[in-house]
Design a protein around this ligand. Structure first.
Ligand SMILES: [Zn+2]
Length: 451
């Protein structure tokens, strides 16, 4: 390992059990020096490092959430980095990839640099900011590429941003990302079919959101995005995949050698349209939450690696806005506060094996968007880890969550895996249900640009 300047404190986490919990789990010490993991083993010598006794707890790497909206700068009244990053720690997350979908958008190098400096001072977790891929940003794509892991493109409109429909424009945007050596991250819903859905269901309620924003809209848009990736050679990552057919399209394209990956969100795995009459606008998200068969298809995609990651698409809104009639309520739900408990729930329900579940929110999440040094308990990786008691179960109480919305679509759900301690780059960042220490995030380390 190359000699590195110490970038954080030293800590020995002693006696936590390895993951998965259960019979095969054994105690392991993790020694962090200068903010990075130096060694794992049994009976490690702290050699001057602070010691954290972790008997009875299970240790996993700090999680990477590949998709959050903290709406800051511009709309901090809905979240802001202080609240959002405290929520992230509550969910076991030590790094986030953030998508700005409210002004000021990251359409120039200057705007992106200003945003990164704004976040650096306020965040309690490490971060990367996606640049926006719009006709306006075309002259700046090359200049922004060194500062962003990927370019976010809305093929279908969602909160705050309209979708791009013109095929030539889309091709130009994909080609620009290709030249800049960064992937296109797509919000894939076909804008024309979204409009048709609104026309067809003029009196829709929240229970029909999955009909207004249909399966077909996602499927057709993924088809478009994959075709553009093939035509231009750009790498594609489909965000928040919500349909079994969409997963199948990605699987087939990967088999043909197209550089396409995908991620999903916990709500597409744990909720279905059958929950809509009960949850109303609280589960109104874009893309819509579809059927149980779709959940099963996405889980199969996680198992075979077609779907690489689970990110929350944390998209906070005040409850009073969500309680408006369907037509006037915004889409999006908060959930970064619960990323590990919700992921662990997939294991508890035998929907996903323990290794795949953890990989989807740690190393595989990091690799899916070219993030270096996060997501593994291994020497040289950032000294980020989560300690939790896998047997401690409690109900979700929205008003107790640190992010600003203070409501949850999972209200009352009995979950386990709530982090007790979170360590980021060797410093205890969260303990006893609250963040500790000062804010201050570091930009995530990015893989070299694609050739
Ligand atoms: Zn989003």
């Amino acid at each position: 390992m190359a000699k590195q300047e110490p970038i954080g404190p030293s800590l020995l986490v002693r006696g936590a059990r390895s993951y998965p919990p259960g019979d095969g789990s054994k105690p392991v010490d993790v020694l962090i020096r200068g903010g990075r993991i130096q060694a794992l083993g049994d009976g490690l010598d702290p050699d001057g490092a602070e010691v954290l006794e972790a008997d009875g707890l299970t240790v996993i790497p700090g999680l990477l959430d590949v998709h959050v909206h903290f709406r800051d700068p511009g709309l901090a009244r809905k979240e802001g980095w202080e609240h959002g990053s405290a929520g992230a720690l509550h969910g076991g997350v030590t790094g986030v990839i953030e998508v700005q979908n409210n002004p000021p958008l990251s359409v120039s190098r200057e705007a992106l640099e200003a945003r990164i400096e704004h976040v650096r001072a306020r965040s309690r977790v490490d971060f990367a900011c996606l640049a926006n891929l719009l006709p306006d940003s075309l002259p700046e794509v090359e200049a922004m590429a060194p500062l962003t892991p990927a370019f976010k493109l809305f093929l279908g409109g969602s909160t705050g941003l309209g979708g791009q429909t013109d095929r030539d424009t889309l091709r130009t945007l994909f080609a620009a990302a290709r030249r800049a050596g960064r992937p296109v991250v797509g919000h894939c819903e076909d804008e024309d079919l979204l409009r048709e859905g609104k026309r067809r269901y003029p009196d829709a309620t929240a229970a029909e959101h999955h009909l207004v924003r249909s399966e077909e809209a996602e499927v057709r848009s993924i088809e478009t995005a994959i075709a553009l990736a093939e035509e231009t050679g750009a790498a594609l990552h489909v965000f928040h995949i919500s349909t079994a057919r969409g997963v199948e399209q990605v699987r087939e394209a990967r088999a043909r050698g197209v550089a396409v990956g995908s991620s999903t969100a916990p709500h597409y795995l744990l909720l279905s349209a059958e929950d809509a009459p009960r949850l109303g606008n609280r589960m109104r998200v874009n893309p819509s939450i579809k059927t149980r068969e779709d959940s099963a298809g996405i889980l199969a995609g996680l198992l075979d690696g077609t779907v690489e990651a689970i990110g929350t698409d944390h998209a906070p809104h005040p409850l009073e806005e969500k309680e408006r009639p369907y037509k006037h309520a915004p889409s999006g739900m908060p959930s970064v506060d619960l990323l590990w408990p919700l992921t662990f729930e997939l294991v508890r329900r035998n929907l996903l094996d323990a290794e795949t579940a953890l990989a989807s929110v740690s190393w595989r999440a990091a690799e899916s968007l070219g993030i270096l040094g996060k997501g593994r308990l291994a020497p040289g990786y950032d000294g980020d880890l989560v300690l939790f008691d896998p047997t401690a179960v409690r109900g979700v109480v929205g008003t107790e969550l640190p992010s600003r919305s203070r409501w949850s679509a999972y209200e009352g759900m009995e979950l386990a895996g709530f982090p007790e301690v979170v360590v980021r780059r060797g410093a205890i960042a969260f303990r006893d249900g609250a963040p500790t220490g000062e804010a201050g995030g570091a930009p995530l380390r990015l893989a070299p640009r694609l050739g």
